[in-house]
Design a protein around this ligand. Structure first.
Ligand code: TXE
Length: 480
């Protein structure tokens, strides 16, 4: 059975405890590899290696840092099919999605920040004729990067790329549910000649290895993506230690459809924004709000297309919806479908676990599910389900749509469909979401600030925001 080892000080090493955790293939419901069950001693070794590597990595020419990160990006692209297959087996997503989205985006993350590092600038201010003020931005030190299981290599690189580009060294922990591509990535880093100790990957459980990273006094900044509950725990540990903190958490994102929308575009994209990656994307539009005059037409067409989606073996090319990431998560999502029924919801499509044949007979599959008849305050419309489950609600006036959209504790993203330019800008200005897409979804420019409001998180990733997060600024004022 393949063992997923830690990557510490430039080497692949077993956990000091010698203990491993089962890694399950969610499409088959079977153990297919073992993960290092690391603890605080492994984390301490990783932090020591990162600390030792920091002086050199933070001071080498930025072009050299950039060159190595570009090389890692090239190696990701070289091994694209291998990494996509590994991602699909590990996470349950269709291999085609991994090949078209996840892995190319991981390569893009590395190359984007490799370039951004060279252009990263700070600022100076000439204060009348009396003084010159200039800002020095230095890498903050050793950064802790903790990533989730839904977009494993995509979100892992989204954190470590800016940290490394800024000159930080890193101790990173991918989710124990999807460690494989980070393990393969560590081998690419070795091949690319990343100096030892610059990146250290410690595998293992969140409350054990993850918590040890958060608690370690020599880790100056924490970048986390995951659930809001875990985000609260991390903040409670890191805040009293005055660590810099970036939290990308959950969402319950509205998808607002006005009657004047481009109907085909709105329906087609809404199917993607509802069910892509089995709905396991924090940016999925899980609450669809439709102007009443279009409600019946939209709902009928949307349900027809949801029913037509192929749920199947993630390794089949025509599969659109793969396996849920774990048995526990499948059961969590199924429990929300039962909750929706108990709250008075009407299931228009799906609603059940699918028992597959053959290879996937013990896998974790759920039908794309569409629910109506619920009010905005029920738990189904307030809590993040994180599966192929969406609710559809009608609205009459623009103000009502905005109020419904803003009616949860989350504020990550929102999608808006209208051909009315003034309305697009007017409504966007009133939505309490960190990211708003108009007549599109998941259209990304990596220079833009990325992150949520309210309980969707703190801080911003992407572009200069991410590089600045991993640096600390000092202002020097020189009297003339
Ligand atoms: O994520 P967790 P889970 C949401 C989604 C999901 C819920 C829980 O609703 O159902 O979060 O998912 C590490 N100290 N999202 O439990 O627990 C853990 O090992 C340090 C949205 O899988 O947040 C993993 O590496 N680290 C999200 C990472 O945190 C800890 C994507 C995420 O795990 C830790 C994923 C601790 N005490 C889930 N406990 C998004 N925004 O995309 C856990 N971890």
């Amino acid at each position: 059975m393949q063992k997923i080892l830690n990557y510490i000080n430039g080497e692949l090493v077993a956990p000091l405890s010698g203990q491993y955790i089962d890694n399950i293939n969610p499409a088959e419901g079977k153990v297919y590899s073992l993960i290092a069950d690391s603890d605080s001693l492994d984390v301490a070794n990783a932090v020591a290696a990162a600390t030792q590597a920091f002086p050199e990595w933070s001071t080498i020419k930025v072009e050299k840092r950039s060159e190595i990160l570009h090389r890692i990006s090239e190696l990701i692209n070289r091994d694209l099919d291998k990494l996509a297959l590994a991602e699909s087996i590990d996470q349950g997503k269709p291999v085609k999605l991994a090949r078209v989205v996840d892995i190319p985006r991981a390569a893009a993350n590395m190359s984007f920040f490799a370039s951004a590092a060279i252009h990263f600038a700070s600022e100076a201010h000439i204060t009348d004729v009396e003084a010159v003020n200039y800002t020095i931005r230095n890498p903050i030190g050793v950064a802790g990067c903790i990533s989730p299981w839904n977009l494993p290599l995509y979100l892992f690189t989204w954190k470590i790329a800016p940290a490394l580009a800024a000159g930080c060294t890193v101790v990173a922990k991918p989710s124990e549910l999807t460690p494989m591509t980070a393990f393969l990535f560590s081998q690419l880093c070795m091949e690319a000649g990343l100096p030892k100790g610059v990146l250290n990957i410690v595998h293992g459980l969140g409350p054990k290895a993850g918590q040890a990273i958060i608690e370690h006094p020599d880790i100056a900044a924490i970048s986390f993506t995951g659930g809001t509950v875990t985000g609260k725990k991390i903040a409670a540990t890191a805040a009293p230690m005055f660590k810099k903190l970036s939290l990308e958490l959950g969402g319950k994102n509205p998808n607002i459809i006005f009657a004047d929308c481009d109907f085909e575009q709105a329906v087609n994209t809404s199917i993607h924004s509802s069910f892509s990656n089995q709905g396991e994307i924090c940016l999925c539009g899980s609450r669809i709000l439709v102007e009443r005059s279009l409600y019946e037409k939209f709902t009928d067409e949307f349900v027809k297309r949801a029913n037509a989606l192929i749920v199947g073996d993630p390794l089949e090319e025509n599969t659109k919806v793969g396996a849920m990431n774990s048995e526990a998560h499948m059961n969590k999502v199924l429990s929300y479908i039962e909750l929706a029924k108990s709250e008075g919801g009407k299931i228009l499509a799906g609603g059940n676990r699918i028992k597959m044949e053959g290879r996937c007979k013990d896998g974790y599959f759920i039908e794309p599910t569409v629910i109506t008849g619920l009010n905005s305050t029920c738990r189904t419309n307030q809590e993040e389900i994180f599966g192929p489950v969406v609710t559809i609600m009608p609205f009459d006036k623009e103000e009502e749509a905005i109020a419904l959209a803003n009616s949860t504790a989350y504020g990550l993203s929102a999608t808006l469909w209208t051909e009315n330019l003034k309305r697009a800008h007017r409504v966007s200005a009133q939505l309490k979401s960190g990211i708003i897409w108009v007549n599109c979804w998941l259209f990304r420019d990596l220079r833009t600030p990325f992150g949520g409001m309210k309980q969707s998180g703190v801080g911003r990733e992407g572009g200069w925001e991410a590089l600045r997060f991993f640096t600390e600024a000092k202002n020097v004022c020189v009297k003339l």
